[in-house]
Design a protein around this ligand. Structure first.
Ligand SMILES: [Zn+2]
Length: 165
């Protein structure tokens, strides 16, 4: 038998898939393709086929995780307009930034940064802000990764409701 890749005369040839075509090749050439028989290729030490396999695995994983997202997933995240919400709530109460800072036991610069969007509060600070001002700056968002949002855009529940109408 003759290897279809290098033309060497060999006693045994292996069927491998190379760029979509199944060829009968010698052992030396077999490493350039993927074994046709499932699980037939063991202990691969050459890098090329395993790199291809890793890529295929990755693609499979990506597709699987997208399936999960396509149904939509809820998560709680910091509201995009949290700065505005904090500022408006504070002004409604007639507090100065200094007063809010004092009530939260934080520095004024923290309040300033929050209201200017210059920092994203951590969970502890979020809770403190919400408690002190009696507002919510976290909101439920629906992560939609379907055809319409293939860019991975994060939609709020409000957006989803608006779209249905
Ligand atoms: Zn060969």
């Amino acid at each position: 038998m003759i290897c279809e890749m290098c033309g060497k005369e060999m006693a045994n040839l292996l069927p491998v898939r190379i760029e979509g075509t199944v060829l009968s090749v010698c052992r030396d050439c077999a490493r350039f393709g993927d074994g046709v028989k499932a699980g037939g290729k063991q202990g691969t030490t050459t890098s090329e086929p395993s790199v291809i396999q890793a890529r295929l695995d990755n693609r499979e994983r990506r597709m699987k995780s997208r399936d999960v997202y396509e149904t939509g997933e809820e998560s709680i995240e910091l509201a995009e307009d949290f700065s505005k919400r904090i500022k408006e709530a504070r002004e409604k109460l007639g507090w100065k930034q200094e007063e809010l800072a004092a009530k939260m036991n934080e520095r004024v610069s923290i309040v300033h940064k929050l209201e200017s969007g210059g920092m994203h509060p951590d969970d502890a600070l979020i809770k403190k802000v919400e408690r002190t001002l009696d507002i919510k700056i976290m909101e439920k968002v629906m992560v939609v990764k379907g055809e319409k949002a293939s860019s991975g855009k994060v939609l709020t529940l409000e957006d989803c409701i608006k779209k249905k109408k």
